[in-house]
Design a protein around this ligand. Structure first.
Ligand SMILES: N[C@@H](CCC(=O)N[C@@H](CS)C(=O)NCC(=O)O)C(=O)O
Length: 329
């Protein structure tokens, strides 16, 4: 895995694991916000007003953080308002690229061949990681944000004035609860699976994998009693959890060694995952082929042969069987 150093791509730098062998995920650095009137958001600079056709989203289908952003683009009906490019599934020596392959949507704005070129265009002396998702401003040719947590909050409400679909997944009265759930689920599960998978010491792995299954056990208990994480209302917290659950048995169980139990061994969580999967916004955002190939081929330090396993066979379309299953009209 490479990174940029003063505006240039370097493929020879490996910088995510500390001396104890534990994964350190650095914070995102572009933290501006699109707002209704262009006023600054909670972080960053102002000037990014919600306008139809002004912004473009760059994602990898494999990435669970980028997946949040494409989900919110669909949930809020923003496809006509915000363009989309999809990288190649392989994150190799050049990082994320737009090499032609099924499912790749190339860069219509600048014809970038690799994502780092867009980071360099936005900030010529940029040093740091080149991550997806990226929300790009066509007007200033700059990255607005590369933090998925912020991007989905913007998508949730900022574009309502330009014709987004109804639906508030982070209502003010629930924000504190959603933030609390997000924090616990991020640490124990969304990022916990990465901490387990990228650990380079037994100790770091043991700590991470225990937290993954503690978190799943807690979620199973919660979702066997209520429809969604916040009770009866579907919120952002559910969608952020969903992108990790969707990948669990296909990649985190095998590739990241999170193999104490499978998702399908958790009756409530497994049904909940299928219920969310059946939401009409989900199918256009899921590419399990990109997901599996990305993980098993990109992380050669974990899977040196790059061989992608055939299974497991998973059918997300089996009817839900929770007593209080969610259904969509
Ligand atoms: N905090 C970021 C994390 C994004 C992230 O780590 N994306 C991964 C893909 S799953 C990536 O692009 N990694 C490239 C790299 O680290 O060089 C977010 O949630 O948006």
């Amino acid at each position: 895995m490479g990174m940029m150093v003063e505006g240039r791509w370097r493929s020879d730098v490996d910088r995510l694991v500390d001396a104890s062998g534990a994964l350190q995920r650095p914070s995102s650095v572009f933290r501006n916000w699109v707002t209704v009137d262009g006023a600054p958001g909670p972080t960053g600079e102002g000037g990014f007003k919600a306008e139809s056709g002004r912004y473009h989203l760059y994602v990898a289908r494999a990435c669970p953080w980028a997946h949040r952003a494409t989900l919110f683009r669909e949930l809020k009906g923003l496809q006509e308002h915000i363009g989309l490019s999809v990288t190649h599934w392989l994150m190799g020596d050049d990082g994320w690229t737009f090499d032609p392959a099924p499912g790749v949507i190339q860069d219509p704005l600048h014809g970038a061949e690799a994502l780092w070129q867009l980071y360099a265009r936005s900030e010529s002396a940029y040093s740091g990681r080149v991550t997806v998702p990226v929300l790009w401003d066509r007007q200033t040719s700059r990255i607005v944000s590369n933090e998925s947590a912020d991007i989905i909050r913007m998508f949730n409400s900022a574009f309502d004035v330009v014709g987004a679909l109804d639906g508030d997944y982070a209502p003010t009265a629930l924000v504190a609860e959603i933030d609390g759930l997000n924090e616990r689920i991020y640490a124990g599960l969304n990022n916990g699976v990465y901490r387990a998978g990228f650990a380079r010491s037994q100790e770091a792995y043991d700590v991470a994998v225990a937290e993954v299954f503690e978190t799943l056990d807690w979620l199973e208990h919660l979702l066997s009693r209520q429809m969604f994480l916040c009770g009866d209302r579907l919120t952002e917290a559910d969608w952020r959890l969903f992108t990790t659950l969707l990948r669990f048995d296909s990649v985190y169980h095998g590739h990241f060694k999170c193999n104490v139990r499978l998702l399908v061994d958790y009756p409530a969580l497994w049904s909940y995952t299928r219920e969310l999967y059946a939401h009409p916004a989900v199918a256009p955002t899921v590419d399990l082929d990109h997901i599996k190939r990305h993980y098993y081929c990109s992380h050669r330090h974990i899977n040196p042969t790059g061989v992608v396993p055939a299974g497991p066979e998973i059918d997300f379309t089996v009817a839900p069987d929770r007593e209080h299953a969610a259904a969509w009209t």
